[in-house]
Design a protein around this ligand. Structure first.
Ligand code: FES
Length: 116
């Protein structure tokens, strides 16, 4: 396999999300994957995080929650979920799968396989 073919194979699994600027600050965009909808968040300092779009409490749509710092507040019952860990902030308990996002000069790509 040539280096170019290998590079193409490596990037083939990544799903295009769009431009960073297409996601409003403190907002999210949803990407459908074989594992379900994944919410790609942009926080106030342009950090990008990706979590399964299902709250660990009762499955609320985290993509519709409020982003603040490195947390998102679920719109259903206001649990706070750490964007970088996928874990609920104590005293709540639970965790949602995380996904890797690559930023290529403002073009975002999602690895559709959850991080372990
Ligand atoms: S479903 Fe998210 S806090 Fe209840």
């Amino acid at each position: 396999m040539t280096a170019q073919a290998q590079s193409t194979a490596e990037t083939a699994q990544w799903l295009p999300v769009g431009r960073l600027d297409d996601i409003p600050r403190l907002g999210a965009r949803v990407v459908e994957t074989a594992h379900g909808p994944v919410a790609v968040f942009r926080n106030g300092t342009d950090e990008v995080f990706a979590l399964l779009d299902r709250c660990p409490h009762q499955g609320g749509p985290l993509s519709e929650g409020q982003v603040h710092g490195r947390l998102v507040t679920c719109p259903l019952h206001q649990w706070n979920i750490h964007l970088d860990k996928g874990a609920a902030r104590a005293p709540d308990v639970g965790c949602v799968p995380r996904f890797e996002v690559r930023n290529d000069d403002g073009d975002l790509y999602l690895n559709p396989e959850p991080l372990t």
